[in-house]
Design a protein around this ligand. Structure first.
Ligand SMILES: Nc1ncnc2c1ncn2[C@@H]1O[C@H](COP(=O)(O)OP(=O)(O)OP(=O)(O)O)[C@@H](O)[C@H]1O
Ligand SMILES: [Mg+2]
Length: 117
C-alpha cells in the first residue's frame, strides 16, 4: 500500500499521464507484493532520471529472500509457486519500458524497472 501511494504521488509530480500513472502503480504493486510474499519483505527505491529532454522514473525492488532460480520460467505467464495467477512479473514487465531481474538462489532478488514519460 505504501509503495502504491509513493509511486502514485511521484508519477503525478513528474507529470505522467493518468494511463502511465496507473501502469506504474500496477507494476509497483505487483513487484512490492512479490517482495513481501516470496522475499520475506524488502525495499523499494525510487529515482528520477533526466536524459536530455526525457524524464524517466526508475523503481528498484530488493529483497534478501530465496531468490529466483529460473528467471525465464518465472517470467512465463501463469507460472507460480505460490498459488497466484502467475501474472505479476510478466504483467509488470509489459507495463514499463525497461525491466531487469538480478537474482540467484540464496542471494535474494533485485528487480529494476524504468518508465519514460
Ligand atoms: N521476489 C521474489 N523472490 C523469490 N521468488 C519470486 C519473487 N518474485 C517472484 N518470484 C517467483 O516467480 C513466480 C512468478 O511471480 P509472479 O508475480 O509472476 O506470480 P505470482 O506472484 O505467483 O502470482 P500473481 O499473479 O498473484 O502475482 C512466483 O510464483 C515465485 O516463484
Ligand atoms: Mg506476484
Amino acid at each position: 500500500m505504501r509503495a502504491r501511494q509513493a509511486v502514485r504521488a511521484w508519477a503525478v509530480e513528474l507529470g505522467f499521464s493518468l494511463v502511465d500513472q496507473t501502469k506504474l502503480v500496477t507494476a509497483a504493486s505487483e513487484l512490492a507484493r512479490n517482495t513481501v510474499v516470496y522475499g520475506g519483505g524488502g525495499a523499494m527505491g525510487m529515482e528520477v532520471l533526466e536524459d536530455g529532454a526525457r524524464t524517466g522514473f526508475r523503481l528498484v525492488f530488493t529483497d534478501t529472500g530465496p531468490g529466483i532460480p529460473d528467471i525465464p520460467r518465472a517470467l512465463t505467464d501463469g507460472y507460480t509457486t505460490g498459488g497466484g495467477l502467475g501474472l505479476g512479473l510478466s504483467g509488470a514487465k509489459r507495463l514499463v519500458n525497461e525491466f531487469a531481474i538480478q537474482s540467484a538462489p540464496g542471494e535474494g532478488t533485485r528487480i529494476t524497472v524504468v518508465k519514460w514519460k
